[in-house]
Design a protein around this ligand. Structure first.
Ligand code: SF4
Ligand code: MG
Length: 326
């Protein structure tokens, strides 16, 4: 069967005053139906730009090359009109802040019905209303019928995010993209939201790509994890392998930072900051922050090599050998 999402050599460049900035630099991955890919990494690593490229909402001046196929349909070769139609039905997206996705002046019902009718033109109002109710039940909103009449401001943050998810899946997308969908919520609500994502995903049998800072979220939800740094996947593999036996020093650093943040609630951090994308160092982008760097790391950009089955890393050094020896 065709995968829910196949991305090959995706490059995203924004036009800047000092020339083009490459936010995504050749990422490739596949997400099967029912599969979950978590993309982790610090802010500014290109995660959001990648999702926005896949759904097609970057500024018009953005240069995007590579293949983006959803259920076997190549979005890149579609007309702008077909591409717009694919949004919501082939590929849909949940954003970080539920408030910006909902219109404060309309009821939940009006917004949901509109989203539903956009994808199911044959439905009349009462059928669409019934479908809206089903969607609210699917995202486990209690007293769904009463909530249909509510305005966004009358719902809690967690409930609003559930409504946003309901709207995102109104067109039964083949793949759902979620950009830090729990960051704005408190911790107990986050855990429930994760379970909800899993349940919905099983129900609809879609692929899910979730961008997150939270490795706990990645561990709980994902089948595969990709670690993004300076526009590239520096490590990619099964969630188990990447999160428990990381191969790339950057992944190691992220995991240590996450453990520390969990212990004393101090944010991050790996020393230093990600490089500015228009001033990448020669060689490995992580070299300026890497405790294992050797001379060769500064000379040529490492490409991904297979560490074990279904596990790739783009660190020059083989873990367990040179790194321990250095
Ligand atoms: Fe560190 Fe070198 Fe590996 Fe880059 S290639 S992560 S600098 S050891
Ligand atoms: Mg982001």
């Amino acid at each position: 069967a065709e995968p829910a999402l196949r991305v090959r050599d995706l490059v995203t460049e924004f036009r800047g005053r000092r020339g083009n900035v490459r936010a995504v630099d050749g990422t490739s991955f596949t997400v099967p139906r029912g599969g979950v890919l978590a993309v982790i990494g610090e802010s500014g690593s290109g995660k959001s730009a990648m999702l926005r490229s896949i759904i097609g909402i970057n500024p018009p001046s953005t240069l995007i090359t590579g293949e983006i196929s959803v259920g076997g349909r190549d979005l890149q070769t579609m007309s702008p009109r077909d591409r717009r139609k694919a949004r919501g039905s082939d590929v849909s997206m949940v954003f970080q802040d539920p408030l910006t996705a909902l219109d404060p002046v309309y009821t939940i019902e009006k917004q949901l019905v509109e989203a539903i009718r956009k994808h199911h033109e044959g439905l009349d109002r009462s059928q669409a209303r019934r479908r809206a109710l089903e969607l609210l039940e699917l995202v486990q909103i209690p007293s769904a019928a009463a909530r249909l009449k509510a305005y966004p401001s009358e719902l809690s943050g967690g409930m609003r995010q559930r409504v946003v998810i309901a709207m995102a899946i109104a067109g039964r997308p083949t793949v759902l993209l979620a950009d830090e969908p729990t960051t704005a919520l408190d911790v107990t609500v986050q855990a429930r939201m994760m379970r909800l994502f899993r349940q919905i995903q099983r129900e609809i049998d879609m692929g899910l790509v979730i961008v997150t800072h939270d490795l706990g979220v990645a561990a709980e939800l994902a089948d595969e994890v990709a670690v993004m740094y300076a526009g590239r996947f520096v490590e990619h593999g099964s969630a188990m392998q990447v999160l428990t036996a990381p191969s790339h020093p950057y992944t190691e650093g992220l995991i240590e930072a996450n453990v520390r943040a969990g212990q004393d609630r101090r944010p991050n951090a790996i020393q230093g900051a990600p490089p500015s994308l228009d001033q990448l160092p020669p060689g490995c982008s992580f070299a300026p922050r890497c405790g294992y760097a050797v001379g060769a790391c500064w000379e040529s950009r490492p490409t991904a090599h297979q560490v074990e089955d279904d596990h790739w890393s783009s660190c020059l050094l083989v873990p367990g050998e040179s790194r321990l020896a250095s």
